[in-house]
Design a protein around this ligand. Structure first.
Ligand code: SF4
Length: 225
């Protein structure tokens, strides 16, 4: 098992990849602020976070399933885990039957130009790694977008696992050094609840002096060490 200093909450992977500076403000400075977007996201998750077990789409639906993976140093919550009876599925002790498992991650807004955002994809992959390890299976993975009411299936490749590993190593190194990453070039700040704390325009000039750590710039490639 990893030390508690090297454990990463699944949702913070998404936060880090969206804006490493915002993640650093929350993780190292313990900064937090809410705005309308945060409240909207909380409301959208209210139903799925209720922990209730339902049935729909020929599946048993478990909400807010707590998961972890010691090897990857990950822990967190799966919004929605669907269980479909299958003789070739994994054994679920609670029901005394075999099931195929599907993870569904809820998001408020669908992206405009792609099926899913890379940072959201890494969050979903982290959930899958945890669930696959616990249930000894190969979960299917989907996003559900509340605005379009559509599901999008996601399949992960070797590269995605490597990129997640690189990201977790990067986060652990930053955590150990208590360093807040600089604001990345082209950072989109619309809707960020930490704007008043971050003051991104002033932060840019601070960056010029402080930037020395390699930060992912959303190209999708793993930077050279
Ligand atoms: S205001 Fe922009 S740069 Fe600052 S934390 Fe938010 S998203 Fe990141």
């Amino acid at each position: 098992m990893k030390s508690s200093d090297n454990l990463t909450e699944i949702r913070s992977v998404q936060q880090y990849l969206y804006c490493p500076h915002r993640w650093g403000l929350m993780e190292t400075d313990c900064s937090w602020a809410e705005n309308a977007f945060v409240c909207k996201g909380n409301l959208a998750h209210e139903n799925v976070d209720s922990g209730k077990c339902l049935t729909a789409r020929n599946a048993i639906i478990e909400r807010s399933v707590k998961v972890y993976n010691d090897d990857w140093g990950l822990f967190g919550v799966i919004d929605c885990l669907e269980l479909r009876r299958s003789p070739s599925g994994c054994w679920i002790e609670k029901y005394g039957e075999r099931f195929d498992l599907t993870i569904v991650e809820y998001k408020v807004r669908a992206p405009k130009t792609e099926d899913f955002r890379r940072e959201d994809g890494m969050q979903l992959l982290a959930q899958k790694i945890c669930a696959d390890g616990i249930f000894k299976t190969n979960c299917q993975t989907f996003f559900y977008y509340a605005d379009t009411r559509k599901r999008v299936k996601v399949e992960f490749r070797k590269d995605d696992y490597a990129f997640l590993k690189w990201t977790l190593d990067e986060m652990n190194a930053l955590r150990e050094s208590a360093e807040i990453p600089p604001i990345k070039d082209g950072q989109y700040c619309g809707g960020c609840s930490l704007k008043d704390i971050c003051m991104p325009k002033r932060g840019k000039s601070r960056n010029a002096k402080a930037a020395k750590h390699a930060v992912y710039h959303s190209s999708g490639s793993i930077p050279e060490p």
